[in-house]
Design a protein around this ligand. Structure first.
Ligand SMILES: Nc1ncnc2c1ncn2[C@@H]1O[C@H](COP(=O)(O)OP(=O)(O)OP(=O)(O)O)[C@@H](O)[C@H]1O
Ligand SMILES: [Mg+2]
Length: 232
């Protein structure tokens, strides 16, 4: 369902030259698959994820989602596509501090024109589903733990029933227990809801638990056979 065909992303380097942050990458991920991307700092992981999430366009190559080439979309089409098809989760949660957990989850549904009651009901269900129940739903992010904030961020990413969830180091700011819980939650989502989940992680043992693993070095995708045995 997600097919990446020879995509590259070129940036200007400090010395006035250009370099490929993502270099001729191709792969396919089927619906409902839980996939991970690993690689050293600066290897192009976040750049690749932002291309998959249509936050940015590739310099060359194509990305098709269910047969639609999103790399050809104009700005308006990209915004629409993103709001309806992609759920993003960041390392730093990116919640809006002066809104409650519930209001944070309701926000993306405003964009697609759902009424307030529906938004509120669905936001409650989503928060219950990620394990944040009761009065915590009415708290602002500053009064929730890191793991709880990350749960809110995941509930928010799910709000518009996206086909794809993209998560950039979603467990990076959490201790190992909370990190594992969030990882398991993302895994369950891919299995129960047939959502495709792609996570960037530096935790090789967590990555080893995913269905499909991609490793980047200098913007290039490594072949499976070149990965450590424990990781294949
Ligand atoms: N907007 C930009 N303009 C110029 N260079 C950029 C831009 N964004 C990223 N880069 C460069 O592209 C390369 C890949 O960056 P990217 O953020 O994708 O790495 P990463 O694998 O996510 O690293 P980390 O693990 O540290 O988050 C780096 O050399 C980075 O400096
Ligand atoms: Mg990054």
């Amino acid at each position: 369902m997600l097919a990446v065909n020879k995509i590259s992303k070129t940036f200007k380097s400090g010395d006035g030259g250009i370099f490929n942050a993502v270099d001729n990458v191709s792969f396919k991920v089927k619906q409902g698959v839980f996939a991970s991307i690993v690689g050293p700092s600066g290897s192009g992981k976040t750049t690749l994820l932002s291309l998959l999430g249509a936050l940015d366009r590739p310099s060359s190559g194509s990305i098709t989602v269910d047969g639609q080439d999103i790399s050809k979309f104009n700005d308006h089409e990209l915004t629409n596509y993103r709001a309806r098809n992609v759920g993003l989760v960041f390392q730093s949660y990116n919640l809006i501090p002066n809104l409650t957990a519930l209001e944070n989850v309701m926000l993306p549904m405003e964009f697609v024109g759902l009424g307030k009651l529906t938004r509120e009901q669905r936001a409650r269900e989503l928060l219950n589903q990620v394990g944040l129940s009761g009065d915590k739903q009415q708290r602002k992010p500053g009064k929730l733990s890191g793991g709880e904030q990350q749960r809110v961020a995941i509930a928010r990413a799910l709000a518009n029933k996206p086909k794809i969830i993209l998560a950039d180091e979603p467990t990076g700011n959490l201790d190992s227990v909370n990190g594992k819980n969030i990882f398991n939650l993302l895994h369950e989502l891919s299995k129960n809801q047939k959502t495709t989940v792609i996570v960037i992680t530096h935790d090789i043992s967590l990555a080893g638990k995913t269905d499909q693993r991609f490793s980047l070095t200098d913007g290039k995708l490594q072949k499976d056979k070149d990965l450590p045995r424990s990781f294949r």
